[in-house]
Write a protein that binds this ligand. Structure first.
Ligand code: NPG
Length: 370
């Protein structure tokens, strides 16, 4: 595959309702899409960085900068066949910037698989043709508002609910939702690192609600704190932010800091490393699930392929396009009978609608000479 250019396109999509996490409220998704263009093929990837470095150190403008100054030149230096695998060594010479790397690697992988006529799901080793739909529910203004929103998702068929929690919004909302959905319904919580170890006794009160897991209760650099907390609460601890590689996953598991792992391809530098995280967790008997970063249909399509792997035994943050967007850039992913179909077409299996894309584009850059 020889590339003639790369497009870095930023799109702005309003959210159907504000999404408030412990990191702050989101009202729209500013997403960076990467398109690699060759003579007879093109490929798409989505960078999941947010406009501000709040979830991690990465942010959209920084990703654009590192792509242009370092990752595209690194790609241009690849000798021999350009593949996703061939990008790994030159990208490793650039520290961090996993989300930017993941976006470009995915675009190349998409193009490579389109040429080979193979779907990303098949390439990764998927074993399911649909994946159950899970939804992440933001912090609401009131318990009544929260119950109304959860009720909408139950009506839509979602099979697992995740509640965002933070100090002051934890025990009561979890109790209310547990009463609404009943004892057996899969429920978990995510704190995005909003607590400290001194909250251990308070967090142990969540044990009464039969949660599947508590995700990232403590800050991302407090692995030892998570291991200590794991001995003080019964709810299994799942890590998100600190799992930036397969090696980081093994460290966290071995330390006793993670009984479950959330895999986000953007957080680990792409789908190749995401599959390795999946595999090492399986080898350690640790279940995984696929997280979400409010992706457009481009990122959502690829996440569905990953979520169809055998050790993704917990339901992920894999929701229908209408969970966040009135009009997505691709044809929408739809929840049917509580599940979403895994794309079967070559590559990531979807393409953006050019008309919609043009309407929502705020910045578009072509890099021709690489
Ligand atoms: O379904 O795409 C989704 C969103 C899932 O809650 C979700 N993501 O911490 O996992 C997270 C969280 C998040 C998204 C946090 C965006 C910050 C920004």
């Amino acid at each position: 595959m020889r590339l003639s250019g790369v497009e870095l396109r930023q799109v702005r999509l309003p959210l159907v309702r504000p999404f408030r996490t412990p990191l702050g409220p989101e009202y729209e998704r500013l997403a960076l899409l990467v398109r690699v263009v060759g003579s007879d093929v093109e490929g798409w990837g989505e960078c999941v960085a947010m406009p501000e470095p709040a979830y991690s150190s990465e942010y959209v403008d920084g990703s654009v900068e590192v792509l242009k100054r370092f990752l595209l030149p690194a790609m241009a230096g690849v000798v021999g066949e350009l593949t996703a695998t061939a990008l790994e060594a030159p990208f490793a010479a650039v520290k961090g910037h996993w989300m930017a790397k993941a976006a470009l690697q995915t675009a190349v992988l998409d193009a490579q698989l389109r040429l080979a006529g193979m779907s990303l799901a098949e390439y990764l080793g998927a074993v399911h043709s649909t994946v159950p739909a899970g939804v992440s529910v933001g912090i609401a203004d009131s318990i009544d508002d929260l119950l109304a929103e959860v009720g909408d998702y139950l009506d839509a068929g979602y099979r697992r609910i995740k509640l965002k929690i933070e100090p002051g919004w934890d025990i009561e909302p979890v109790r209310a939702v547990r009463e609404l959905i009943g004892d057996g319904f899969p429920l978990q919580v995510d704190a995005n690192g909003a607590y400290t170890l001194t909250d251990a006794a308070h967090l142990a009160r969540l044990d009464a609600f039969g949660l599947l897991l508590i995700e990232q209760p403590l800050p991302e650099d407090d692995l030892r704190g998570h291991a200590t907390l794991a001995r003080r609460i019964a709810t299994p601890i799942c890590l998100d932010e600190p799992i930036t590689s397969a090696r980081a996953a093994v460290d966290a598991i071995t330390l006793g800091a993670a009984a479950v792992v959330n895999i986000k391809p953007g957080r680990v530098g792409g789908y190749l490393e995401a599959r390795r995280v999946h595999d090492v967790c399986a080898a350690h008997g640790v279940p995984v699930w696929v997280g979400g970063m409010v992706e457009t249909g481009i990122g959502r399509a690829a996440n569905l392929a990953l979520a169809a792997l055998p050790n993704c035994t917990l339901v992920g943050d894999v929701s229908g396009s209408d969970r966040f967007f009135t009009r997505d850039v691709t044809s929408p992913f739809v929840v049917e009978n509580g599940a979403i179909a895994v794309p079967t077409e070559p590559g990531i299996g979807v393409e953006p609608d050019r008309d919609v894309l043009d309407t929502v584009t705020v910045v578009n850059e072509w890099i021709v000479r690489m």
